[in-house]
Design a protein around this ligand. Structure first.
Ligand code: UDP
Length: 423
């Protein structure tokens, strides 16, 4: 069963709507060409068409729209899975929530993550055991990991943190991920949960990364064990892919072409004329001809399994003892096809971080930031082009931040007259 499902997942299930492939038969001219059909590109394309009536051409290098949010129902197991890893939508921005609910029904879902952590018990003379604890850390996490914790209230937990924390000298702000984590949770929790997970995810220790990376997770004093704090946390009832279909399909102003490499079309002269370009790919690829150093991005690869084995949708493995960072079990998600979670069988993906493959993550640290600034300076002087999204603006956006940024970029481009409708 396991092997069969693996093959099925690799081939994937067809999306409900097939967009056209290749660059044959395009019009000679469009108002705007959008490179990339992920969250940023689709938001811009949708707005350019529906708010401004522009003729939009969306070019996507891959065989599907949706970027790394792409998901599909696996044909054999009937389970909805994500080709590029689990995506949990959460936002505090009313504008984003209002916007995304135009394209999908959403099922409320408070994401909770458990971590399998190796603890060393002082009382049992260095005896090691693997325990399952809430991540981000809560009272239950520290009680399970440290014999001397005995935390029973918010006040106890705050006092525990305060005893553990190590602040940077002279009251300055944390300068990197390690200082950030130590000043939030102290060395013991840092070692158990953050240090090695971060090394596996980024191939860098936290001290080589910006503080912001280690500030993403909340560190709570309460018993709240949700992964995110945002007021809206939900999953699209029929999957993310459907959202992109709803944004792009059936709109006569928008032409979508899959399997179209913008750079190849530019090279071979098949790129239609356009008044404006929105580029959402990697910014360093746009400037590849200049021979500047490449920015770092992280990718993920997944190893899939077919046994029902874990307690939560996501179980993190923050220790150095296994090479993967987390295991995702899709069946726990409430937006599975009707009744699927009552049937036997499952699909599990072990997540490995890697330097090669489709880019998922920019790598926030001073070196990459300095290099990105050089690209951004070039981009500023690029006439008729806007650089939008996680890859092009080299920012570790969450999904909602990508949508908000694209909406705001759109407003800005419209208000400054950069987007013009063809006569
Ligand atoms: N992190 C960690 N241990 C964990 C979970 C997260 O050290 O169990 C750190 C790690 O550096 C990670 C960052 O927090 O890259 C952000 O985690 P998040 O789950 O937000 O990452 P994403 O879902 O974007 O991969």
């Amino acid at each position: 069963i396991h092997r069969r499902w693996r093959a099925a997942h690799a081939s994937g299930d067809a999306p409900e709507i097939e967009f056209a492939r290749g660059s044959e038969g395009l019009l000679p001219e469009y108002d705007v060409i959008v490179v990339g059909a992920g969250l940023s590109g689709c938001t811009i394309a949708e707005r350019c068409s529906r708010a401004l009536g522009m003729k939009v051409l969306t070019l996507e290098r891959r065989a599907h729209a949706g970027g790394n949010c792409y998901d599909y129902v696996d044909a054999r197991s009937g389970i909805r899975c994500s080709k590029y890893g689990a995506h949990l939508f959460h936002t505090k921005h009313a504008r984003v929530w209002e916007y995304v609910t135009r394209f999908s029904e959403w099922v409320p879902f408070d994401h909770r993550v458990l971590g399998r952590v190796t603890r060393t018990s002082a009382s049992e003379e260095g005896k090691r055991a693997r325990v399952l604890v809430p991540i981000p850390p809560t009272r239950a996490t520290v009680n399970a990991l440290f014999d001397d914790a005995d935390v029973r209230s918010d006040e106890d937990m705050e006092a525990w943190y305060e005893r553990e924390r190590i602040h940077p000298e002279g009251g300055r702000a944390p300068a990197n991920g390690e200082e950030a984590a130590l000043s939030r949770v102290g060395p013991r929790l840092y070692e158990a949960i953050f240090k090695h997970y971060t090394k596996k995810q980024w191939d860098k220790y936290p001290e080589e990364l910006d503080a912001s990376v280690l500030m993403r997770l909340p560190c709570r004093t309460s018993a709240d064990d949700r992964y995110f704090n945002d007021p809206w946390q939900a999953l699209p009832r029929r999957g993310y892919t459907r959202i992109f279909e709803n944004m792009l399909h059936g709109d006569e102003n928008i032409t979508v072409r899959l399997n179209c490499d913008y750079f190849a079309m530019k090279r071979d002269g098949t790129l239609p004329k356009h008044k404006f370009l929105v580029y959402t790919g990697q910014i360093d690829s746009y400037y590849a001809a200049l021979g500047m150093p490449k920015l770092e991005y992280r990718s993920l690869r997944f190893e899939e399994d077919g046994l029902f084995f874990q307690e939560a949708m996501v179980v993190n493995y923050p220790g150095p003892d296994v090479p993967f960072t987390r295991i995702v079990e899709y069946k726990h998600m409430p937006n599975q096809p009707e009744g699927r979670h009552r049937e036997p069988g499952t699909l599990v993906a072990r997540e490995y971080s890697s330097a090669t493959g489709e880019p998922y993550y920019p790598v926030p640290n001073p070196e990459n930031r300095a290099l990105y600034e050089k690209y951004a300076e070039l981009a500023k002087h690029e006439p008729g082009v806007a650089f939008v999204g996680r890859l092009a603006s080299y920012k570790y956006f969450n999904m909602d931040e990508a949508v908000l940024n694209a909406l705001e970029m759109f407003d800005n481009l419209r208000d400054t007259g950069a987007l013009v409708v063809k006569e």
